[in-house]
Design a protein. Structure first.
Ligand SMILES: Cc1cc2nc3c(=O)[nH]c(=O)nc-3n(C[C@H](O)[C@H](O)[C@H](O)COP(=O)(O)OP(=O)(O)OC[C@H]3O[C@@H](n4cnc5c(N)ncnc54)[C@H](O)[C@@H]3O)c2cc1C
Length: 449
């Protein structure tokens, strides 16, 4: 058994250290002792053993999109699985074995070549590892459930460096915890086996309204979205008033004609400025929602740049009363920048029929999720943006219940209950069983019972 660091190890002073130590959120800047880019499961196991033997804190990283930078530690060892990004689809079983270093769009592209997909989010660069371990909300959630609901097996390196496979026959509690219990808590996932779903063409829409339509639009959307035909997962974006627009988009696994009928309540609200409804291949829908641009008949990725952001949010179980809608409008009217917005993600459908205790993702009965988003570049503008994101969360607390672990928020002292609710104790027991020494520890890791 080796206790060497293997893989590609980047240390301070090495070329590439600067790039290797930074994540997407430019609010954070930490200096790890080493970043270990792992190509094989053995590299991950060696890094865990080596870090423990030499007394280094360790962190786990894949797609680098954690809101609060839980993947980095000053003076720590970052175990980065991003070089492990192989995808194998087995048509006979309809399952895909996916290494955890892959990012969403690359996974969608690989699966599309096989005529299948798994439900996930829309940002091309988000890592499948963090997304799945925390849940995975997206435009197929109401029809197929969350990304974690498709998870059949996880290969994981545990705190002692041993490699195990958790499925419903062995380590079933670890599989349960990996379905929404949050990344970085129990071990390092190196591959996922997903149930994949056939997909071809889909109908998508986008409607925009003037900002002044916000109160009636939000009210109609919130009553319509949770119970509309579950083949449709809709979202709603309410932006800062200075942009003078609000919009709703969604994806429907059915004919465009039927989608148009389903959208009647939205189209009959306020004065829509633009309406786009179209049928496209599923992959093109992901390109469009992911913000890719078509140039000379090719879809082009716009390189992602680092920016400062602070998001928070909450699940909504009951329709927002007029008072809450007024609060939302007031915050968007006083937003510190035009890039502030609130994104509502439709829930219900199949995702809501899975019992709250069947997986670690507890917020099954919510009607939708509401995310308060800020984005800026100038460090001098930190204070007003952080204040806005936290003040709106607090102002809307009477109308929300819990938070999504994939949108973590270090300002919430009650984060463990907010993320895990009545699943918290079970998660803490599983943490004690598999990581009694609390090796996988960070600001909001699950405390062992
Ligand atoms: C622009 C943007 C768009 C997003 N859109 C969506 C969306 O549509 N739907 C949605 O549900 N979420 C969305 N998210 C949230 C996203 O799901 C989380 O940020 C997720 O944790 C990112 O995973 P990652 O692998 O990219 O991040 P990382 O920063 O690498 O990791 C995130 C967490 O997972 C842990 N982790 C990473 N790899 C592993 C591993 N191999 N084994 C164990 N733990 C690991 C890390 O330690 C960390 O705690 C979005 C985030 C951003 C920034």
């Amino acid at each position: 058994m080796t206790t060497m660091l293997t893989g590609s190890v980047v240390r301070p002073g090495d070329p590439g250290y600067e790039e290797a130590r930074l994540n997407i959120n430019a609010r954070f800047s930490k200096y790890p002792a080493a970043i270990v880019f792992c190509e094989h499961v053995e590299d991950v196991a060696n890094a865990v053993r080596w870090s423990r033997k030499n007394g280094y804190p360790l962190r786990v990283r894949s797609g680098r999109h954690c809101y609060e930078d839980f993947t980095l530690a000053d003076g720590g060892i970052v175990i980065d699985v991003s070089p492990m990004n192989d995808v194998r689809f087995d048509p006979a079983s309809g399952t895909a074995v996916v290494q955890t270093g892959i990012r969403q769009l690359s996974l969608y592209e690989a699966l599309w070549r096989e005529g299948v997909t798994i439900p996930g989010g829309t940002c091309p660069w988000v890592g499948i590892a963090g997304l799945t371990l925390g849940g995975g909300l997206g435009f197929l959630s109401r029809l197929l459930g969350l990304a974690c609901d498709q998870l059949l097996e996880v290969e994981m390196v545990l705190a002692g460096g041993q490699v195990i496979r958790a499925n419903d026959r062995q380590y079933a509690d670890l599989l349960w915890a990996s379905r929404g219990g949050g990344g970085g808590n129990f071990g390092i996932a190196t591959s996922f086996t997903f149930r994949a779903h056939p997909v071809s063409e889909v109908a998508i829409y986008r409607i925009a309204w003037p900002w002044g339509d916000l109160p009636q639009l939000l009210n109609v959307w919130q009553h319509w979205a949770p119970s509309v035909d579950e083949r449709l997962t809709p979202s709603l974006v309410l932006s800062a008033s200075s942009n003078d627009y609000c919009s709703s988009s969604g994806l429907f696994l059915g004919p465009e004609r039927r989608l148009r009928e389903l959208l009647a309540p939205l189209l009959g609200t306020g004065t829509p400025l633009e309406t786009e409804i179209m049928t496209v291949p599923y992959l093109e829908a992901m390109y469009r929602f992911g913000g890719l641009r078509k140039e000379q008949s090719q879809w082009q990725m716009i390189p992602e740049r680092r920016y400062r952001f602070k998001n928070s949010g909450g699940f909504v179980y009951r329709p927002l009363p007029p008072q809450a809608i007024s609060t939302i409008a007031a915050f968007l009217d006083a937003a510190p920048s035009p890039l502030c917005m609130i994104v509502f993600e439709g829930m219900g459908g199949r995702l809501g029929r899975i019992p709250a205790h069947a997986t670690a993702f507890v917020h099954r009965q919510a009607s939708f999720h509401m995310q308060y988003i800020t984005q800026w570049d100038d460090p001098a503008a930190d204070e007003p943006h952080l204040r806005w994101a936290e003040s709106i969360r607090k102002a809307l607390l009477p109308y929300t219940f819990g938070q999504y672990v994939n949108y973590p928020n270090v300002f919430d002292p009650d984060w463990a209950h907010a993320y895990y609710g009545s699943n918290l104790n079970a998660l803490r027991r599983i943490k004690r069983k598999y990581d009694p020494d609390n090796v996988f520890r960070f600001a909001q890791s699950i405390p062992p019972l």
